[in-house]
Design a protein around this ligand. Structure first.
Ligand code: OGA
Ligand code: NI
Length: 355
């Protein structure tokens, strides 16, 4: 067995009871679906999708809901997603343990010129934010690649805490499966074969990476670093684990709407790559992360998308005389370079790809 993907034994032991607590009766499923539909009508709230209904008689309804939400909001929360809650907790715990380390220890994997993998203060976050949103504390982040698991990517992982890499890579591997399930629904709902959108996104190869954001809280601190500046994510799909502490906001029709994380849920959002591939049917969402008013906040964003060499542009099967391409094509590498150069500025990067 590949020990790389083995969790520390204390998490494996807890796995069974956690799985049991996730099983629900059919009546409970139906009740959850009814709630979901009510949520959808209230258009000031980010929609909630019960992922377990994908397996049952409500499949069509749920697929439609996922597609509609991806077209209108570009973001939704999913409950009953099947990811082991112990693994989610392990990923959060090990991330916090790292951020709690003294600065000298974290400096060992600080990002440098030409390096984006590693740890840093979120300098971008501090620039150009709305000063009304600034709160006491600091923002730090860690960016790492889980898949492909090459030596180069592995070297950027911290050695402390010792279980960091195995836990985070296991988490990335599990989330990749969930990403692919969601993308397959999105593909089907475009009238394509379930795997087509994923093939277009990841051929010849795809990537799973993670950005962990830590909004430390310190009441007595005068210096304030602000927000994770408004942006859309450049990849295909992002699955955010948000530690039950509110702070994420999305721009819905020009209004900032808070996303209140449901305990145990994931927040899923469409990235620029899927907007381009779907020729604008699915919309990447402009969003920003804020520190909490009174407690620390940790988020783990898992990005699934293309490798730099993949060419992205509207999928040919979606185009005809009535539906001309609305975006230019470019390699994902080119897109990322432009994205990093221009900094986080809402949806301006994808807007510049429009024909
Ligand atoms: C991100 C992000 C939001 C948050 O890392 O891309 O949007 O609430 N994070 O931390
Ligand atoms: Ni983001």
């Amino acid at each position: 067995m590949d020990t790389l993907f083995t969790l520390p034994s204390k998490f494996s032991r807890m796995e069974m009871s956690a799985r049991e607590s996730q099983t629900k009766s059919l009546a409970e499923h139906r009740e959850a679906c009814a709630e979901v539909i009510t949520e959808k009508r209230a258009d000031t709230k980010v929609p909630v999708v019960d992922f377990s209904c994908l397996e049952g008689t409500d499949r069509e309804l749920i697929c439609q809901q996922i597609a509609e939400t991806s077209e209108t909001w570009g973001i939704f929360q999913i409950v009953n997603h099947g990811i082991d809650p112990c693994l989610m907790k392990a990923a959060k715990d090990v991330s916090k343990e790292f951020f709690y380390l003294p600065e000298e220890e974290k400096m060992k994997i600080k990002v440098g010129p030409g390096l984006i993998e590693g740890w840093n203060h979120s300098k971008l976050a501090a620039s150009g934010g709305d000063s009304k949103l600034y709160r006491p504390g600091t923002v730090e982040h860690m960016y790492l690649v889980q898949i492909p698991d090459t030596q180069e990517h592995r070297e950027r992982y911290p050695r402390n805490p010792p279980s960091y890499r195995t836990t985070i890579q296991e988490y990335g591997k599990e989330l990749k499966v969930l990403h692919e399930k969601i993308i397959s629904v999105l593909s089907e709902m475009l009238g394509l074969k379930p795997g087509s959108l994923n093939v277009a996104l990841t051929t010849p190869s795809g990537q799973v990476s993670m950005r962990t954001n830590f909004y430390a809280f310190n009441e007595n601190r005068e210096e304030t670093t602000g927000i994770c500046h408004a942006h859309s994510d450049p990849g295909g799909l992002t699955i955010l684990l948000a530690d039950d502490v509110p702070g994420l906001e999305v721009n819905k029709d020009g209004r900032w709407v808070p996303v209140n994380p449901i305990p145990g849920a994931f927040i899923v959002n469409i990235g620029d790559s899927l907007e381009m591939l779907s020729n604008g049917r699915y919309r990447s969402v402009e969003h920003r992360g804020l520190p909490s008013q009174n407690e620390e906040r940790l988020t783990i964003a898992t990005f699934y998308g293309a490798s730099p060499e993949v060419m992205l542009g509207p999928i040919a099967e979606l185009l005809d005389e009535k539906h001309p391409p609305r975006y230019r094509s470019c390699s994902f590498g080119e897109y990322i370079i432009a994205f990093v150069k221009s900094g986080l500025e809402g949806k301006s990067r994808i807007d510049r790809m429009k024909l």
